[in-house]
Every structure is written in structure tokens, then in C-alpha cells.
Design a protein around this ligand. Structure first.
Ligand code: ADP
Length: 446
């Protein structure tokens, strides 16, 4: 700056000197003054030219390279350029942060929609687009009210009370594929709003299942309890003959047994749900499981059927099965006891272990019982689902047997296959994966 002032004054002095020397002798001081003014004007003109160059560059922005301007304007230019660069870097950084931020919101499992003060969509993530059926590009700027016409949501939006969420059916919801969305609005900024959506279909279904389950269990327990209560009252109030008393006590014992079975099946199910997966390194002889099952089946058949069933079980099975033996036995005996209970006396029941060509193996229980209509088949493994509710009491089932079988199968990576036709008997098969099967040690060294 000092050097610049010195140069300015030197130019002034030069102008004054020239004016003094060149002007007619009688007006030397006017000549010097004129020289100074002219030198100042020349300086100003040059400066103006440099300033104009810089202004041109600033107007053109980054399209034109910065002109080489010496002096003060040059310094102004350099400083401006570095300031601009800094600003550009800051902008690029902010853009990158914004892109990262939006990418994070894109991956959110919840729907996010940004609305402007007029309720128009400014931005929405993929999940929101899926939930509401929006097009992420085309629907930007559209009024939310035009796209989301659910009356519950419209009332919620109009009430301006955003302290709670509302649950609405998803716009693409159908009877076969229902979709329930929990949506809530949050006000922010200058009249803007944030719309959040969450898919609560599974949650609502689980809640409905829980309610049904509690209602079913209560019903199943209340029925024998009512019967028991009735008998107790009769025994208390009426003078019965010993024979009649005995009959009543037998019926009471049956009801107590029914409740006992129900509670023990419920405990089995809850254990299956809460316990760790069955081990892959605990091996059990299939033949031993089959023998246990056979003993149970023969005892049950002798109890419930006359004439007894014709029972046949695979023998000489030299395979080991990995898993939890109590669970495997429970699944097998549930299938076998169903076959015994539903097949009339004299009917045939075959329990067969068959290796499958792809390395898996199957345990099948086939009976010559009444069979099941196709419409019931997909629902048989639901808890408390029975084909014939009125017959349930006679057969003494809890309605949980096949639910237990399915659970055990799933836990062992196996599949439960059911084939049945009315009048043609039924076939229930559990297909075990190859990883859980091994040839018995005795056969390996035989
Ligand atoms: P339950 O304790 O009532 O037998 P399950 O879950 O074991 O309950 O079976 C569900 C329903 O499937 C039964 O109520 C019965 O209607 C039907 N079912 C099961 N096994 C057989 C079978 N072998 N033959 C005919 N129907 C069967």
C-alpha cells in the first residue's frame, strides 16, 4: 500500500514537474497544477480500466479466467477468487452432506415425506413412495391431499393435532394382502410438515392373533371347567346312588384330563417358541424314536378303538437324526395319535421312514381314516383349528397337535406335508433336511 502511495505521489510530482517545465514561463505554478491534475486523471483512468476488467470477470463468473490485473485491483481480484473458491468448497461439502443425509433417509424402513407450507410434497423417500403409491419424481409438488384421500387421515390433518399417530389402510391394500400404515405428522420450520409412515400390518396381525389365542385358550379351559363345576354341584346337592356317583366321577376325571392335556400342549408350544434352536450335534436313533412311538400308539389304539387298528411301523432303520429328541418324539407321536384317534377301529395306520433321492428323508404317517376336505388343509396347523368342532370333544384333542408338529418341523429345518381326501384317508409327512441325517455307526462299520 505504501509503495502504491509513493508511486502515486511520484507520478503527481512528475506531472507537476512536466507542467512546470513545459508551461509558459509567466504561469509556472498553473502549469505544475495542471500537470498534477492530468497525472491524477491518468492514474484514475488506468485504475478504472483495471477495475472494469475485474468487474467483467466477476460478471462472467467461472466462465472466464481471472485477468492479470496488477496493483490494488489485482489484490482485490485474488482475494475475491480465493473467497469464491472457499465458498465453492463449502457448497460442495454441504451438497455432499445433504446427499449423504438423504441417502440415509432413503434407506429408512419408515416412510418420510417433506411437505411445504401449502401441503405440497417437496421430497419423499422410497419407503414412503411404496407405502402411499407415490412416484418419487412425478409427484413432487403435488398436494398430499390429492394423493392420500383416506378420510381418517384427512380428518387428522384438518384437526392440526399431531400429538398422536393414526392407522390407515395402505392405498394398495387388498383383502388378500392387507396393509396397515401408522402415519403421523410433525410441524417444523416455517409452516412445513414432516409426514412419517410405518408399516404396522404384521404388528396388527400379531396383536389380533394374540387376542384370538387368549380368547381360544379361555374358551377351551372354560368348557371343561363348566362341566366340572356342574358335576361338583350335582354331587353336592343330590343324593346319588354309588353307581351314579362313580359315573359322575369318571366324567369329572375325563374333564380334568382334558384340561391337563391342554395345559401341557400350551406349555410345549411356549417352550418351543422360547428355546434356542435344536442342536445339530445331538444325534438320536430314528429306530428308537419309532419304537417309543409304536408303544404309545398301540396303547392308545387299545384304549380308543374296537377292534384295534392294524398298525405297522418301519423296522431296521439305521439312521440317526440330529435335534432335540423330546421335540422329535412329541411331533411324531402327535401325528401317530391323530391317526389313531381319527381312524375308526380296524383301520390301517402305516408309519414309514423313507430316505428321499435328494439326501433328505421322510417320516410319514398314513391312515385309512375319514380324510380331510381340501379347503381345511391350509389351516390345519393353526392353533385350535379343527375340521369338525362338534367331534373335537369325542376325539379328545386339544387343537394344538399339528401346530406343535409344524413348529418342531420348522425348528429342525424340516417341512410338514399333508395329503388327504375325504373318504380316502390322510398322509402326514415330515421331510428332514440332509444336514440332520446320518447313517448309524453300526451300519457304517458293518
Ligand atoms: P386335535 O387335537 O384336534 O387333533 P390337531 O392340531 O392335532 O388338533 O389337528 C387339527 C385338526 O386336523 C383336527 O381337529 C382334525 O380335524 C384334523 N386331523 C388331524 N389329523 C387327522 C387325521 N389323521 N385324519 C383326519 N383328520 C385329522
Amino acid at each position: 500500500m505504501l509503495w502504491r502511495l509513493i508511486r502515486f505521489f511520484l507520478l503527481q510530482a512528475l506531472g507537476a514537474g512536466l507542467g512546470f517545465a513545459l508551461w509558459p514561463l509567466q504561469y509556472p505554478f498553473q502549469g505544475a497544477l495542471l500537470g498534477t491534475v492530468l497525472a491524477g486523471a491518468a492514474w484514475a483512468l488506468v485504475d478504472l480500466g483495471r477495475g472494469a476488467k475485474l468487474l467483467h470477470w466477476l460478471r462472467e463468473g467461472a466462465l472466464v479466467p481471472m485477468p492479470e490485473v496488477p496493483g490494488l485491483w489485482g489484490e482485490v481480484g485474488t482475494r475475491t477468487r480465493s473467497l469464491l473458491r472457499e465458498r465453492e468448497q463449502q457448497l460442495a461439502h454441504s451438497d455432499a452432506r445433504l446427499a449423504e443425509f438423504l441417502a440415509a433417509i432413503q434407506t429408512s424402513p419408515n416412510g418420510v415425506v417433506l411437505l411445504d407450507a401449502q401441503g405440497r410434497i417437496e421430497w419423499c423417500n422410497r419407503t414412503a413412495a411404496e407405502h402411499f403409491g407415490f412416484d418419487q419424481q412425478r409427484d413432487l409438488g403435488q398436494h398430499l391431499g390429492n394423493l392420500l384421500r383416506d378420510p381418517v387421515f384427512a380428518a387428522y390433518q384438518a384437526a392440526h393435532d399431531y400429538s398422536h399417530a393414526v392407522v390407515i389402510p395402505g392405498p394398495r391394500s387388498t383383502v388378500s394382502r392387507p396393509m396397515r400404515l401408522s402415519v403421523d405428522l410433525h410441524a417444523y420450520g416455517d409452516g412445513r410438515r414432516l409426514l412419517l409412515s410405518r408399516d404396522v400390518t404384521a404388528l396388527e396381525q400379531a396383536e389380533a392373533m394374540r387376542r384370538d389365542f387368549v380368547a381360544n385358550v379361555s374358551h377351551e379351559i372354560r368348557t371343561p371347567l363348566t362341566v366340572l363345576g356342574g358335576f361338583v354341584e350335582t354331587l353336592q346337592t343330590l343324593q346319588l346312588k354309588p353307581q351314579e356317583q362313580q359315573r359322575y366321577l369318571t366324567l369329572m376325571a375325563q374333564q380334568a384330563q382334558r384340561m391337563h392335556l391342554l395345559v401341557s400342549d400350551l406349555l410345549t408350544l411356549s417352550r418351543l417358541e422360547g428355546s434356542p434352536p435344536p442342536p445339530l450335534e445331538e444325534w438320536h436313533s430314528v429306530q428308537a424314536l419309532m419304537d417309543d412311538c409304536e408303544r404309545e400308539a398301540r396303547a392308545l389304539s387299545a384304549l380308543v378303538a374296537a377292534p384295534p387298528h392294524i398298525l405297522s411301523f418301519s423296522s431296521n432303520v439305521h439312521t440317526e437324526l440330529a435335534g432335540a429328541s423330546s421335540e422329535l418324539l412329541s411331533a411324531m407321536s402327535n401325528l401317530v395319535s391323530n391317526a389313531v384317534r381319527y381312524t375308526p377301529g380296524g383301520g390301517r395306520i402305516d408309519v414309514v421312514w423313507t430316505p428321499l433321492p435328494d439326501g433328505r428323508a421322510e417320516l410319514s404317517v398314513q391312515d385309512t381314516g375319514p380324510g380331510i376336505s381340501p379347503e381345511h388343509l391350509p389351516r390345519l396347523t393353526e392353533r385350535f383349528y379343527r375340521v369338525d368342532r362338534s367331534r373335537a370333544r369325542e376325539t379328545g384333542g386339544t387343537g394344538l397337535g399339528l401346530a406343535i408338529v409344524k413348529h418342531v418341523a420348522q425348528r429342525h429345518g424340516a417341512e410338514l406335508k399333508i395329503e388327504s381326501r375325504p373318504g380316502q384317508g390322510s398322509r402326514f409327512a415330515i421331510q428332514f433336511p440332509a444336514v440332520r441325517l446320518m447313517e448309524s455307526v453300526q451300519t457304517q462299520f458293518a
